[in-house]
Design a protein around this ligand. Structure first.
Ligand code: GLA
Length: 388
């Protein structure tokens, strides 16, 4: 949709008057470093040019009026600034209300209500962070329209607080951070323990980033996600009997092997093993990317998926089918699930010359095995939130 079309929809929904301001924030795809961002590990995500548009116009009173072009059947959803609560009837607006809640915790209140129109082209529940994208675009719109003094890093933290304190998902910081601090054609190499970060140019030569969507919505993902987090905390406690570490990311593979017996629960031991080795893989993968060694990078992606499947148990038949089929195709350097898992997307590095054949072959095999089609996107890496 063009900016003019979005503005037209805005007027049709909320009536004429002042022109709304228009903002955009991307989604994200994580190349490697999965389920380590709540364990202090490094991650390597990129912001996407697919994302969420937000049109905002201030109101003279304290009413909040929302409309999403993605959920026209919900009509205009209403609220007020003085009643910000997470409730099922608020639907998707909970992510926007959560940002108000998180700002409120910091003593920042908007001076008036608003009308907001949203349009997004990230498939919901696809593991490409449509919700973090919504949080970041709303945050950027609030900052600009109400003159708030908030940095992009703070926006990311407000988004995480929205998830943790309002929505009830104990997520890490990766999604919001990579979107808020995104840079064109670069991955964000983020140390989630300290929030220090560097940009790593994504120079793939003749290769592209191919995203493969299972088109299976994540189900029960939130409770399983929170359960993984608790298992990691419990494993950490066991290791801390012998190791002076603050998080699982600080445990080297050697230290883990020497002390793994301390984690009595086998499932928790597996979870910790994934985290420890995934952290090591991510450091190696970042080196490989910097030096243009895409073959090693791909190998590490493959190992990451296998560990997420076998040790962390967050893959599913649909994701494994995509991954297994892609691995049979010539020109696929590496492939893994991306994001929380339990559905959503896989990401692959694929030779540009074979990408059509890969989509064709994987698409056919997937539909045969699963019974419904999957979808593909060749990713382009975008920048941080912006006003259009
Ligand atoms: C979700 C969470 C992130 C991260 C990933 C898994 O996307 O929001 O914080 O934990 O899962 O790596």
């Amino acid at each position: 949709m063009t900016k003019a079309e979005l503005i037209q929809s805005f007027y049709e929904t909320f009536g004429s008057g002042d022109e709304p301001r228009v903002f955009f924030a991307g989604g994200r795809v994580n190349l490697i470093g999965e389920h380590v961002d709540y364990n202090g590990g490094h991650v390597l995500p990129c912001a996407l040019t697919m994302g969420t548009w937000c049109l905002l116009r201030r109101r003279p009173d304290d009413r909040l009026r929302f409309y999403s072009l993605n959920f026209p059947q919900l009509g205009v959803l209403e609220g007020t600034l003085s009643d910000v609560r997470c409730e099922a009837r608020n639907q998707w607006t909970n992510y926007v209300l959560g940002m108000l809640f998180a700002l409120g915790e910091r003593g920042i209140a908007l001076s008036s209500g608003f009308e907001m129109l949203i349009y997004g082209n990230i498939p919901n529940g696809s593991g490409l962070s449509s919700s973090a994208s919504l949080e970041m675009v709303a945050g950027a719109a609030f900052r600009a329209c109400y003159g708030l003094d908030v940095t992009n890093v703070e926006l990311a933290l407000l988004g995480q607080r929205t998830e943790n304190g309002f929505i009830g998902l104990n997520s890490g910081i990766m999604d919001q951070f990579s979107i808020a601090l995104g840079k064109e054609d670069a991955a964000v190499f983020l140390d989630t323990g300290t929030l220090s970060y560097e940009y790593v140019p994504v120079e793939l030569g003749d290769n592209v980033i191919l995203i493969m969507n299972t088109c299976k919505r994540r189900t029960l993902a939130d409770s399983k996600y929170n359960e993984r987090r608790v298992q990691c905390e419990s494993a950490l406690k066991a290791l801390q009997q012998a190791l002076p570490v603050k998080d699982l990311a600080s445990v080297s593979p050697e230290a883990f092997e020497a002390n793994r017996h301390l984690i009595e629960n086998g499932i928790e031991r597996d979870r910790a093993e994934h985290v420890v080795y995934e952290c090591a893989r991510t450091l190696e993968a970042c080196k490989a990317l910097r030096s243009g060694d895409l073959v090693s990078f791909g190998r590490l992606m493959n190992a990451s998926h296998d560990s997420l499947r076998d040790l962390y148990a967050v893959s599913c038949q649909e994701l494994d089918t995509l991954v297994n089929e892609a691995r049979k195709c010539p020109g696929v350097l590496g492939v893994r699930m991306t994001g929380a898992g339990f559905g959503g997307c896989a990401v692959a590095i694929v030779d540009r010359n074979t990408v059509d054949a890969v989509m064709e072959q994987v698409g056919r095999a997937y539909e045969q095995a699963i019974g419904h089609p999957c979808a593909f996107y060749v990713a382009s890496i975008g920048g941080g939130p912006k006003e259009l």
